[in-house]
Design a protein. Sequence first.
Lengths: 844, 700
Amino acid sequence: MGGRAGQSRGAGWGRREVTGPRRFLSRCAGSVLWHFRPGSCLTSPAAAALRPPARRTTTPTMPCEGTRLRFPPCPTARTPFPLVPCAGMPGRRHLPRVGARMTLAAGCCQAESGPRCGGLRQRRPRRPAGEPSRPSPLPRAWAPLEAPVGVWAPLAFVTLLSFASRFYRLSEPPHVCWDETHFGKMGSYYINRTFFFDVHPPLGKMLIGLAGYLSGYNGTFPFQKPGDRYEHHNYIGMRGFCAFLGSCLVPFAYLTVLEMSKSLYAALLAASILIFDTGCITLSQYILLDPILMFFLMGAVLSMVKCNSCADRPFSASWWFWLSLTGINLAGAIGVKFVGLFVVLLVGLNTVYDLWELLGDLSLSLVTLGKHLLARVFCLILLPLALYTAQFAVHFAVLNKSGPGDGFFSSAFQSRLIGNNLHNVSVPEHLAYGSVITMKNLRMAGGYLHSHWHLYPEGVGARQQQVTAYLHKDLNNLWVIKKHDSNTADHLDPSYSVEFVRHGDVIRLEHKETSRNLHSHQHEAPMTRKHFQVTGYGINGTGDANDFWRIEVVGRKAGKRIKVLRSQIRLTHLATGCILGSSGKTLPKWGWEQVEVTCTPYVKETPNALWNVEDHINPKLPNISLDVLKPSFPEILLESHMVMIRGNSGLKPKENEVTSKPWHWPINYQGLRFSGVNETDYRVYLLGNPVVWWLNLVTIGLYLLMATCAIVAMKRGVQLTAEFKELSEVLLHSGGKIMLGWLLHYLPFFMMGRVLYFHHYFPAMLFSSMLTGITWDTLLKFCAGRLSCSMGRRVYTYGTLALMLLIVYSFYLFHPLSYGMVGPMASDPNSPMAGLRWLESWEF
Amino acid sequence: MLGFLKQPVVVTAEINVNLVALTVMGLVNRLWALSYPRAVVFDEVYYGQFVSLYMKRIFFVDDSGPPFGHMLLAFGGYLGGFDGNFLWNRIGAAYQILVELHFSHCAAFGAALLILFENSLITQSRLMLLESVLIFFILLAILSYLKFYNLQKCSPFTAGWWFWLLLTGVACSCAVGVKYMGLFTYMLLLAIAGVHSWHLIGDQTLSNVSVLCHLLARGLALVVVPVAMYLFFFYVHLTLLYRSGPHDQIMTSAFQASLEGGLARITHGQPLEVAYGSQITLRNVLGKPMPCWLHSHKSTYPIRYENGRGSSHQQQVTCYPFKDVNNWWIVKDPGMQQLVVSNPPRPVRHGHIVQLVHGITTRYLNTHDVAAPLSPHSQEISCYIDYNISMPAQNLWRVEIVNRELDTDVWKTILSEVRFVHVNTSAVLKLSGASLPEWGYRQLEIIGEKLSKGYHQSMLWNVEEHRYGKSQEQKEREVELHSPTQADISKNLSFMARFTELQWKILTLKNEDTEHKYSSSPLDWITMDTNIAYWFHPISGAQIHLIGNVLTWASANVATLVYVCLFLWYLLRRRRKICDIPEDAWRLWVSAGGLCVGGWAVNYLPFFMMEKTLFLYHYLPALTFQILLIPVVLQHLTDHLCRSQLPKNAFSALMVAWFSSIYLVYRTFSPLTYGEPTLSAAELRALRWKDSWDILIRKH
């Protein structure tokens, strides 16, 4: 149950960070100094006092030094105590305490850690007599963390750095970069309120649109292709909004790691990795969905971690706050991209684990358990669902004009949109013989049943008139419904009474322009060899028995009338029993690259084989307004999701196309060109800082190794000191959660069939960076614990410094990737980037 | 019920009696009228083909799975008439698995009977199909692991212990070798073994050394042995099939050259190193949509395409899927005029700059800033014709050997994979995969890809046919090009290279046909809403269907549901420290359930993520595990939930009734299982219990 204890301690810290840091500071300081006197390795207190204060930001990682440096004015700190050299102590037994102090340090929950503190204290020979009367102060080597400066100053510092790095040269290059052409355009659509279709949910683009609107962008820039100049259009607002969210990732990561590991150094390392990663900077500087997605994702992780820390005070205000914030962030994450589902999974697993722990706690009654369960169901399921639905409600309310996305949606849907030809029209409700209709295929972007004078070419089935599916509205989409046995056009004769078409009737469909009948026969279809060819046949409506089709409505009984728009119709060919459908394959040049229509002998309920009637002209019938057919909100929601899912799975890579493979990503194998190709262009290249990325990669292996060692040692019952137990607790618990996050955001991509890009890895990279912070911190603490005190301290200090410097220096080397390069390519020795093209696959 | 089975005296004899009885029943039930029908049924078409290819030693590639299954069938055929049915007695295996799980003989007998009377399993095992072989190996692997695990407690590292452990590994590799589906069960077993090893690590009575020995033994038997066996299957496969055959084209030139006949006959004795003046044919490494060679011919690109875009109107360069004299190119040194190989030949190395001259027309391979016919974002590739317009020749290409070991490597025939990078524009010669319209004779389009994004196989080329050019005069050269290449050294690939290539091809080869009359979705399988008509007698109307025993399928589903619900219930209650059943029973419940439900899940759920055409028979391995679960659940219910005698008796009676109805259903459907006797239309209609079943009823 060490994990729980650790968390609750953290909770204490979290609560106090607002209320009384000052009071707390003094108390902690005193206790720390008392306790550390024996173990502290000061050679000369005076030297300590002389140290330049500038080093404060890095030194808190050192327990001994940190203590000393933080409170130089405190007289006890300088007491000329006989400072026992570390070597003189029974090192192996004593030294691990360093680790313990580090991990325990941030915690302030005295009640729980009291007993162990006592235990530690007993080993200390020089405890002043007055000490035990204190409530139970901790040996806080990390006390500085709790001081306002210790926690907030680094936070402010990394936040500042983060914002500076993201906003630097934000307006460069002043032209459309990479996917800005999509997302900027979609932002404009929101401002212009025109309906469009995208495979991602709407929140991200709505926010971009909102940011543009607020910053004075009027939605007139066409965003046609990458490289277009913005000229006078205000694009900074949208970029700034994305950069703002992207900058927030750093403080989020900092706080998350701090909360999980209780180690300032780990938090700083994770933050600096993110600050100085060229990939994160580049991705945050443009109008893209990724910074928005990552913002919500990290927000969800942070609030989840915070909420875990509040576990000792369930149902308190802060607990509710963080729990519902988690839910809100989850809704945001899936509202931006479906990739957000992975973080939902992470939070879900964490919640299940939490509940499992609570269930095992026999001191809790079943009623309390029920409350816990309900609270989570409410905050993590219902609340996000409601918010998610609300996003769509806003989306549909805002986009009320016809636009480029109409064709992807069903006819009923289109009738909602102002400017669409289905909007506010009135048509006869039920199909009757003699009606002139258009039929739309129900698969996504299915197209209208279409025919034209052109014939199928020689060698492609019978040489008869082509029948295709055509995506645009056209006079050639019109068909006349006739009875199968009456040849003349007598239905239009006013003396005949109206006869409705009913489910199960046998009909003929005559093409209005060419007067040929919809026909099928046992010739193979042009593209799909196993299906039958569909043609236009006959002259002036006179054909043969192969022109007869049975019209059926899905899920309807015989004899029922057929409704416009609403009825899903299946046309069965009477002679062969096959079903009219659209295969979705594009015909070659001879078919004008329209979509193939076939008659499939496989009787399956797929949308490919279903049609609905869209336009309907019949002067003899009363028109009704389509408003009654307008779909309800749940129907719209469902339909737009179906369309999105199909659209996503439709993004298949073409054969012979070079695509990015998931295994490329962690090794930083290849980047993405954001802007510019040639030497004269202003080039921006999305590529992770290789040093950082390879460090992350190595760390994953290192973490697995360390975790395995720790877990096997525990399973084998090796006697570990309390300090090592604490370390492995952090490693397994906090590290495990982060590792799980990385796996959940990375592995699923291996199973995805769609086109993948390098930038899909960045959410996983955030987790990987946090893991790096935790792992190296633990490793260094462990090493420091094994060595003699002064050595250990040195290892710890220099290790931290070396890592930080390495990251900063590599950023200095690679920063042109993000901030733009002009001049010769890196392969040219004159280029400033010469010699930095470490992999041949990088293209800068 | 069957109380006499529990008497201790007869225990040893009993197993044998049970087993013998089951085996006999199984044999009768599977072998009855086995030779009927004397016609090829369903997928036997494919397997039969492969068997005959084995007999003729002709190389083939089958994307449906690894070669062990085919080899077994072929071996059976080789021995004559024996088609594998004798060996695959899964009924005994099912019986023993439950016994090893410490269930009663009664339950084990029940499981065996259920499998015995499962129509779909009978149908599948009577035909020359691989599923039953797969199921046998899966069950064998599970059984031997259980035997091993039970020996673990009392006598580790004995002969028996080693035997069962190794047999587990061998059976696993056989299962994977028959069909890749076996991989799922292998993973399940590895997971179970992992959990058991974890307990072993936690066992502090064992010394560190002995724990290490245990782990090593498991690693050896469950990882190293299967991998070695798997490689061995391929080794046998490749050794047996040494003649070239119908699927040669799919493989790379190097692979083809290692087969007897085919390409080897042509390339035999070619010079290895490409030199200036060499005459070569260039094959695209990707081979998709079809294998083809770089080609050019007298026709030019049309001045304007249908969509109004213009072209350079220079000579077309395409990729042509057939051998042709127009596929010959000559490697020329840009600095020299001669088109023959000097003496000694000057080999071309990585990074050298060459010109490629089309052999028949003597025009230079060229690319320039003109959009390609079908891929407007890429450059057009042409053979340069000087029309005296402002379009200079840009015909220098840098040779980049991708699979080089050193930067100074020589360009080798067949072995080297080469990229041609255009010197002026750094475009890369690439096969776009699109086929040209009528003016291009429907040959494949070749483009210059400007952005050299990574290495894709469609940008790689290898020299297939090669000879040193000897004639400087155009006329002589044409004669030389038309003459067949001469012969004399073979280039043998190592086994590992051949294995890697074949394995990769098997995994990536896609079957175009995505629709089949009897294909179904995994959701249809649980409720058996679908069937497969395997065979139909054109005159009598007798037919064989893959159709399951509806009652067994339904009971299996109910058992799974009951198991999962009870498991969750127990689990939650145990967390609250309320133990409904004794610790031993709980452990048994978990292990049996983990095995059966786990086996069902791993063999079923992955199908939801597969995009290939699926059939009902893919469900059979999962079904076998689900059937094993029925007696487990039944015995648990009798032992722990029926506390008093009365419900126990009622339960037993119910079970007898249930078993007899299973038998009745089996009898009812057996005409469709065995293909005889022939049923009348009315009888067939009566058998159509579900509307979705496709039973063929002839219209008279």
